[in-house]
Design a protein around this ligand. Structure first.
Ligand SMILES: *[C@@H]1O[C@H](CO)[C@@H](O)[C@H](O)[C@H]1NC(C)=O
Ligand SMILES: *[C@@H]1O[C@H](CO)[C@@H](O)[C@H](O)[C@H]1NC(C)=O
Ligand SMILES: *[C@@H]1O[C@H](CO)[C@@H](O)[C@H](O)[C@H]1NC(C)=O
Ligand SMILES: *[C@@H]1O[C@H](CO)[C@@H](O)[C@H](O)[C@H]1NC(C)=O
Ligand SMILES: *[C@@H]1O[C@H](CO)[C@@H](O)[C@H](O)[C@H]1NC(C)=O
Ligand SMILES: *[C@@H]1O[C@H](CO)[C@@H](O)[C@H](O)[C@H]1NC(C)=O
Ligand SMILES: *[C@@H]1O[C@H](CO)[C@@H](O)[C@H](O)[C@H]1NC(C)=O
Ligand SMILES: *[C@@H]1O[C@H](CO)[C@@H](O)[C@H](O)[C@H]1NC(C)=O
Ligand SMILES: *[C@@H]1O[C@H](CO)[C@@H](O)[C@H](O)[C@H]1NC(C)=O
Length: 846
């Protein structure tokens, strides 16, 4: 998996070339929270502490909720799903998917939508939000839950994840990042789900294991989690799958060593429903709370059996689990609670997930605690505006010939395809949105929410078209060939809608067990487009899908003059789309993955047929997923990663690369940093933790070694709007780090609004981690320039539309000279232009 060349390079490197983690700010602003948490924990009895860690799976919400401790007047915590809003609630918003947020490439919008999510959870009284999602990362394009996350690119995902955590928590709710880690497909994720609920063959005896080498783990799948931890993420949900044949929720390597040790995670780890497989092992492995509390796979057996609960009390009493570990578990939860200030005026839980009755049981399964459970508070505020903005700013314009878009008062429009109209069962008519009926604006599963309304494209288009006295005809039945033929023949512009959908593995749609079976449009979508295009010289295709779809059957047809990938935009779907179709918003979305010409172009896929009773997913492609694979193998994608058109055009000039002078920092050895001893949490329960390798709460760094976040280079360029309308450009920076890394890796992006004829300076900050690779021997990040590598720099408007190239020379080479300035034509994937050097201009750090 790892190319031998890089190991060779390494062996010749002196130890001094590696930087060591310095002593940092301790747990920073968490100190006060930890102090309060410790005070809280130390007044609890053993059974109260155990109770605290063991969720009440049969409670009012879906997520980790614990019980009230009346003795000390603590009313308990409640968490709820998920990434698109408050799951199962009423009078809440239905947000755009995580994938759409990534499609915006807009840090502010990612932050804003997650702020809304946090605010709505808080107003409904939920302490934590099971979101944002960065697992799956997107190993395979057909992966069922990819749309809940952001992008298979770790840098884009990391930035988005960090902003999402910040947004959620600034609103006051705890962000519970999920799913940790290597949860990359739905097939075989859960035994009972697969063997009994779905009753699919062959039977499995354990969830699948994702087997990934250490370097790939760090540079790809673990990468975004650093950003979440850096931004103070309060909780993490561990996943269903195994890693190297150890369950994620009891993996000492994943939880203790990596998450809490290396990354310095300060909050708590919760299980998913049914992802806990042991009592003692999960406690020692680093899990802090059992989400549903119960042993049964969905946590709602009502039997009350638990790996923890009374079992954990026994395990502490018989010495299998040290009491300080139990204290640590509770302390971590309460630290997040205090860190977010939830001890002050946090609203009480005032809804019941999936139940709209005003009165009901607090514990429905046990039929206990009859009370007013639902205040039906409307918490939507003006959030629709942001959702609409995410919709319009995420739409990716893939093709626009013959000046088709924006629409210019067309005399007659045809709207064609089931995906243009409403679901005949209503927007919430399919359980957890598991169907493909009407327009697709949300994927299915626990990441879904109830739509307060859903503006379908047809209604929005009709509304808008009325202003221009445009005639609008439509056909929503994909098989109504005669009617489709008629209306497309008459119309000036034919807006043709196709869709695909996917979701979570516990539900199946048209034989798709969460993961998509194929990458094509559903419901004969390709045939619909081809038929419309045969009779309509301006066929605009709009795609609603949870990831890339193959479009080879029609993309090159001359009458298919425009194509928009709209993703899964949530409740304001039609409005956001109309903004772009009519040019009220100039499209600025860019693809967060590649669009292949065929399925094989991706090099990776879902494992659909079990290769044993415990299916093994060997990620032997290492770092090479999505565009990294495509680039490495010189495959010509249909549309490359980062691609997206605008109604205007942009020019780049002047690439300037400056090294940022290093700030000297005291350092200690990595092992010292990781092995700080665990101070006793409560005086009476302190035990010797020496056999517990990473007593993490005390790890002195948050987000990993602080030096990883130092800005080491600044890259600047100037972008000019050369067209006639204002527009936003996403300027992108890619690096070739050599040493067995992909030919190009995204390491910077900036979205800027530029008026016609004007130009803007764009600056990318390269942090030390961005120019480093993971050294598996030293268990450290190392800057490739210190390995003798010249870093190649590419700046442009996509991963292939490179406008400017430069070089950051290896350490020791021409110390006072750095970089180059070589504007190139927008030649795609041409070889590296020889560089001319210029003097470095040092910039101060701040
Ligand atoms: C602590 O919080 C303050 C504001 O709340 C912030 O300005 C400061 O940077 C934080 N310090 C650390 C170490 O995170
Ligand atoms: C533990 O929680 C249950 C409810 O989930 C409650 O009935 C019981 O009293 C609690 N035990 C203690 C010791 O607080
Ligand atoms: C698969 O597992 C289910 C549930 O345990 C069982 O009912 C079924 O008989 C099994 N099928 C086979 C072929 O073993
Ligand atoms: C899995 O095994 C590989 C190969 O031994 C190793 O590099 C990697 O660190 C392991 N991952 C985990 C999570 O233990
Ligand atoms: C203890 O755990 C076992 C599974 O290991 C379970 O069968 C049992 O019901 C648990 N006991 C309680 C009281 O929950
Ligand atoms: C301690 O109790 C736990 C929970 O019942 C059990 O799983 C474990 O095997 C026990 N350990 C010993 C050494 O008895
Ligand atoms: C094109 O339109 C004409 C007139 O309505 C119709 O007869 C014909 O079948 C249509 N062609 C297709 C391919 O739908
Ligand atoms: C792809 O899957 C969808 C949904 O199951 C189905 O409608 C469609 O016919 C499939 N496409 C192909 C080419 O098999
Ligand atoms: C394009 O559409 C026109 C109708 O406007 C039709 O006459 C022509 O045959 C179509 N071209 C193709 C290649 O289908």
């Amino acid at each position: 998996m790892i190319l031998p060349t890089w190991l060779l390079l390494l062996s010749g490197t002196a130890l001094a070339d590696y930087y060591n983690p310095p002593i940092s700010d301790g747990y920073g602003n968490w100190s006060a929270a930890y102090e309060k948490a410790r005070h809280f924990v130390c007044q609890l009895t053993l059974t109260e502490k155990v109770n605290f860690t063991t969720g009440v799976g049969t409670g009012q919400t879906v997520g980790y909720s614990n019980s009230i401790i009346p003795r000390i007047g603590f009313r308990g915590l409640a968490g709820d799903d998920g990434p698109t809003g408050v799951r199962g609630a009423d009078y809440t918003s239905a947000l755009a998917s995580g994938m759409n947020l990534a499609m915006t490439w807009d840090r502010q919008l990612i932050y804003e939508q997650n702020y809304i999510n946090g605010a709505e959870h808080k107003a409904k009284g939920a302490n934590s939000v099971a979101a944002p999602v960065v697992g799956p990362l997107g190993h395979a394009p057909a992966g069922g839950r990819n749309f809940e996350g952001f992008s298979p690119d770790p840098y884009l995902s990391g930035i988005a994840f960090g902003e999402a955590v910040r947004g959620t928590q600034d609103a006051g709710a705890i962000a519970e990042g999920k799913h940790y880690l290597l949860y990359e497909q739905e097939h075989f994720r859960e035994i009972v789900e697969w063997n009994v609920w779905l009753a699919e063959e062959p039977n499995i005896t354990d969830p699948y294991s994702s087997n990934v080498d250490d370097r790939t783990l760090h540079e790809l799948y673990l990468w975004p989690w650093y950003d979440g931890v850096k931004n103070h993420m309060g909780a993490v949900m561990c996943s269903y799958n195994q890693a190297n044949n150890t369950h994620a929720c009891e993996s000492d390597r994943l939880l203790n060593q990596l998450l809490k040790g290396e990354l310095g995670f300060q909050g708590y780890v919760s299980s998913d429903d049914g992802s806990q497989f042991s009592g003692v092992a999960s406690a020692l492995g680093g899990m802090d709370v059992t989400g549903p509390g119960e042993t049964s796979p969905n946590g709602i057996s009502g039997l009350g059996e638990s790996y923890w609960g009374p079992n954990l009390t026994l395990a502490v009493l018989n010495g299998s689990v040290p009491e300080w570990r139990l204290d640590d578990m509770v302390t971590r939860v309460m630290a997040s609670y205090y860190y977010l200030g939830q001890d002050k005026d946090y609203p009480e839980l005032n809804f019941a997930s999936g139940n709209f009755d005003t009165y009901g049981y607090e514990y429905p399964e046990a039929e206990l605690g009859w009370r007013k459970i639902n205040l039906h508070l409307d918490v939507r505020d003006n959030h629709a505006e942001t959702i609409r903005k995410v919709g319009s700013n995420s739409a990716v314009l893939l093709k626009n010939s013959k000046n088709t878009l924006p629409l210019k008062k067309p005399k007659q429009i045809a709207v064609i395809g089931e995906d243009a109209g409403p679901n005949k069962y209503g927007p919430n008519g399919c359980s957890d949105r598991a169907c493909n009926e009407g327009t697709m604006a949300m994927g299915w599963g626990s990441g879904s929410t109830n739509f307060p309304y859903l503006v379908d494209p047809l209604s929005a288009i009709q509304q808008r078209a009325l202003k221009d006295r445009t005639v609008v005809q439509y056909v929503l039945d994909n098989w109504a060939k005669d009617q489709i033929g008629d209306v497309s023949w008459q119309a000036e512009v034919c807006l043709t809608f196709v869709s695909a959908i996917s979701g979570e593995g516990y539900l199946e749609v048209d034989n798709n067990f969460g993961d998509r079976n194929n990458l094509t449009a559903w419901k004969d979508g390709d045939a619909v487009v081809k038929q419309v295009a045969a009779n309509c010289s301006e066929t605009v295709v709009v795609i609603h899908a949870p990831g890339p779809i193959l479009m080879e059957e029609w993309i090159d047809l001359p009458n298919v003059t425009a194509v928009i990938f709209a993703g899964l935009p949530g409740q304001e779907s039609g409005n956001g789309l109309v903004d772009v179709l009519y040019g009220d918003v100039n499209p600025s979305g860019k693809l967060p993955w590649s669009v292949g010409r065929k399925r094989e172009d991706y090099g990776t896929d879902v494992l659909y047929k079990a290769n044993g009773p415990v299916p093994q997913l060997d990620f032997s492609e290492g770092l090479f997923i999505d565009y990294r694979y495509v680039d490495k193998n010189n495959i010509k994608p249909r549309f490359e990663f980062g691609f997206g058109l605008s109604y205007t055009t942009f020019d780049y000039h002047g690439l300037r690369i400056n090294a940022v002078p290093a700030v000297p920092t005291a350092s200690i050895s990595p092992s010292q940093a990781m092995r700080t001893t665990n101070p006793s949490i409560c005086p009476h329960t302190s035990l010797n933790p020496s056999d517990y390798t990473f007593p993490t709460r005390c790890t002195p760094t948050r987000g990993g070694d602080p030096k990883l976040w130092d800005v080491v280079y600044r890259v600047r360029t100037t972008v000019t709007n050369t067209g006639s309308v204002a527009g936003q450009e996403v300027a992108q920076l890619y690096l070739d780090l050599g040493n067995g890394t992909p030919p190009r890796q995204l390491r910077g992006f900036q979205k800027v609004m530029i008026q016609p004829g004007e130009h803007k300076e764009v600056e990318f900050e390269l942090r030390r981690r961005d120019v480093s690779i993971w050294d598996v021997v030293k268990q450290q990040w190392v800057e490739v320039t210190k390995l003798g590598t010249d870093i190649k720099v590419f700046v442009g408007s996509s991963s292939r539309d490179v406008k400017l190239r430069g070089v950051i020379p290896a350490t020791g080479k021409a110390p006072s000279m750095i970089s180059s300035m070589v504007p190139s034509s927008s030649s795609r994937m041409s070889s590296v232009v020889p560089s001319s050097r210029f003097k470095v201009t040092p910039t101060p750090t701040h």
